[in-house]
Structure formats: C-alpha cells, structure tokens
Write a protein that binds this ligand. Structure first.
Ligand code: ADP
Length: 397
C-alpha cells in the first residue's frame, strides 16, 4: 500500500509518499509560503528536484498541487488517487486524550481541536491539513500520529510541575513532551541494533536538532522527557531558551518594558545557541566561527553540550542505570564534536567514547569503545517512516 505522510505547519506542508511493502520513499517534498504566494518543491525518487511557484491561498490548494505532482504524467509516481491507500498526519499535541495513534473520525477531530490551546501554533495547522486532505480524498482512511502520545506513559512524579495542583486539574498544565514519534522509533531501533529485547533496555535518546529533546526510555516506555507543556522546555536549542529561571521573564520584562508576548517571542525565537552566540542557530556555523576564535559561538556550543549531559545524567538516575545513550536528528547524527563533548561528562556512568567515531555521520553506528559499559550509538531518526508504519498498522487492523 502507498501511504501519504503529511506534516502540516501554519504556512508549510511537508509530505512523503511511502510504499509500505518496501518502505521505499516514492516521492517527497514540501509546500512553502502557503497563504503568502506559494512554492512547491517536489522530488520523485532518483530524479531531479522540481520547484514550482504557484498560488496556494490555503492548505487545500497546496495539497491539490502535491496530489497533481504525484500523478503528473511525466514525473509522477502514481496514476490515480486510488493508489494512495491511506494518509498519515503528524499532529503535534494530543494532550492526555491520545496515548497512541488513532484512525481519524469526527470524534477524534473534536478531541484534537480541544487540544488547540495547548499548542496554538501547531495544532490548528495540523487540523487544517487533515480537513484539506479529507476534502480531496473523502474515502481514503486517515490516521493521526501524535508527537506527545509516546510520552503518555510518564509517571505522575515526572510530569507534574511544582505549581498549584489546581492548574493541572483545571487546565491540564503538566509535562507532555514532544518528538515522541522519533523517540519511539529510535528506541525500538536501538533494541534491534543491539539484538536485545526492548523490554530489557534502559535507553536515553538525545534527539538533537533545531529543536532538541531528550527522553528516558525504560523497557520501551517513555518515563521522562525534557520538553514540557510546550517544546520550549529542556536544553537550549537553535533559537529556544530551554530551561531558565522563570523569574528571568519578569526581570527582563521590567527592565525592557516588555509584555508577556514579547518575552515569549524572545524565549522562542531569539534565544538558545542563536541568542548566546548572537550569530546563528545552525551548529555548523557555530563550529566554523568557534574555530575562527569566536568566543560566544564556542560558549554556545559548550553550554549546549553541558546541558545535554546534565539531563542524560539525570535520566540515568531516574532509571537507576542506563544501557544505551543514543544520538539522533540533525545535530546528533552529524556533529561528532557535540557527541564527543556530551560524552566527556559521562565517564562516571561507564561511558567510554571512541574518539575515532567522531567523523561518523548519518548512519547507524556504535560510538563507544568495545569495552564501554554503556553503549553510545548513532541511530538516524525517520519520523515519516514511523508515521507510515503506524498508519499501516491502524488501517489494516
Ligand atoms: P528540525 O528540528 O528542524 O527537524 P533537524 O533535526 O533537521 O531539525 O536539525 C537541523 C539542525 O541540524 C541544523 O540547524 C544544524 O544545526 C544541524 N546540522 C545539520 N547538518 C549538520 C552537520 N553536518 N554538522 C553539524 N550540524 C548539522
């Protein structure tokens, strides 16, 4: 069966068409600037990328263009929409309602909408994407795969914040965690890679990308994760602050005469390694600048690695041990120096990092020495494939 995987943002839409028998990507791409002007990047497997500028007033036109491209006589990969067996949608926030992926029904849509105020930037866009697909493919089964679902196994003491309990009761303010599809995929693959049962493993997954989160996975279940109510918590990221003293918000607001929206904008868009370096959110730029002697770029990278290591250490304590520490996502898969710097702090856990592995990029690999008590691994994530697998499972049930 061919499965269309859709990841809808407020003005963008990423897609992949995956054959679920072979797990091959038949075509992939991205619609950008939806509602502004519109641009489709379409890449059929093994062929050149095509870029088309065309008006996309809403996500519906964007999805129509994607379907037209997939069926194009020359560069398409299917002949008709009948060849799309199901659609898998990434949905950011499933609140406490969704502990697993689900076939989309009217009831599910209502429940997803009820999670909107937990993720006002993301969920409404996800819903628009689902509605647009439903309008164009009314008879195709659709599945919602939630970023938060994998973390619903966290125990209460891990998800409750030290604020009045009534805010949890009234507004569901708690830790939810994100990147769940990635943490689940990578922890499962870790067990396969090590040839050990998932149920027996204590794994810490470091998903380090533009957004970064770390997850403690005990016996295949998420028991803690660094992102919280929103994806702002945890380690400092490309432009997000991660953990700070909450009083800093009031302090800066008073000093600079800013309201809460302006403060949130600073913490989401002007902070993290970008904010510290004043230069870039991209770890490659920071490494280059650090090599040329830029002290703030160096500090941003060092502080990032230190924060990752502190959370890894905390999760080893939370699980009373760790068998494998796994790096994934853009930075984790590519930046050998970040991996090495993080592991430098973890010797006391029994981590022996293999210096020779620092140049490994983008493929499964063992990064620790053969006698290291704790395995350090690189396992590339593949959220689209994970969504396709979940979708197949649910529509063939
Ligand atoms: P997103 O959170 O947007 O999905 P990714 O997981 O794709 O992010 O990670 C993007 C980040 O990965 C970039 O911002 C960049 O800092 C980093 N990155 C990508 N390639 C490399 C590389 N070769 N070396 C170091 N960092 C890299």
């Amino acid at each position: 069966m061919n499965i269309l995987v859709i990841n809808c943002g407020s003005s963008s839409l990423k897609f992949q068409l995956i054959n679920s028998d072979t797990e091959a990507v038949l075509a992939k791409g991205l619609c950008e600037r939806i509602g502004i002007d519109g641009r489709l990047v379409y890449q059929p497997a093994g062929k050149e990328k095509e870029i088309t500028e065309a008006a996309m007033p809403t996500h519906k036109e964007a999805i129509q263009m994607v379907l037209d491209a997939l069926m194009n006589a020359k560069t398409g990969v299917i002949k008709s929409l009948d060849e799309v067996g199901a659609v898998g949608h990434r949905v950011v926030h499933g609140g406490e309602k969704f502990a697993s992926s689900t076939v989309i029904t009217a009831e599910v849509m209502k429940a997803v909408e009820e999670c909107n105020d937990l993720a006002p930037l993301h969920n409404p866009a996800n819903i628009i994407g689902i509605e647009a697909c439903k309008a164009l493919m009314p008879n195709t089964p659709m599945v919602a795969v939630f970023d938060t679902a994998f973390h619903q196994t966290m125990p209460e003491e891990a998800y409750i914040y030290g604020i009045p309990y009534k805010y949890y009761e009234q507004y569901k303010v708690r830790r939810y965690g994100f990147h769940g599809t990635s943490h689940s995929f990578v922890s499962k693959r870790t067990a396969e890679y090590l040839g050990k049962p998932l149920e027996s493993l204590k794994t810490i997954v470091c998903h380090l990308g533009n957004g970064s989160s770390i997850c403690a996975v005990n016996g295949g279940k998420s028991v803690d994760t660094s992102m919280g109510l929103t994806p702002l918590e945890g380690v400092m990221m490309g432009t997000r602050s991660g953990n700070i003293d909450p009083a800093i918000m009031e302090f800066i607001a008073k000093k600079e005469n800013l309201d809460i929206d302006a403060i949130m904008n600073i913490l989401n868009k002007e902070s993290g390694v970008y904010g510290v370096s004043g230069l870039s959110s991209d770890f490659r730029d920071l490494e280059n600048a650090a090599e040329e002697g830029n002290a703030k770029a160096k500090l941003a990278r060092e502080a990032f690695c230190y924060q990752v290591a502190k959370i890894v250490g905390g999760y080893a304590a939370a699980m009373n041990g760790v068998d494998a520490i796994v790096f994934t996502a853009g930075v984790g898969e590519n930046d050998g120096i970040v991996r090495k710097e993080v592991c430098k702090y973890l010797g006391y856990l029994g981590v022996q990092y293999d210096e020779a592995s620092s140049s490994v990029r983008g493929k499964e690999a063992t990064l620790s020495t053969s006698d290291s008590k704790v395995k350090v691994l690189l396992i590339p994530t593949n959220e689209e494939l994970a969504i396709a697998r979940e979708t197949l499972l649910l529509v063939t049930k």
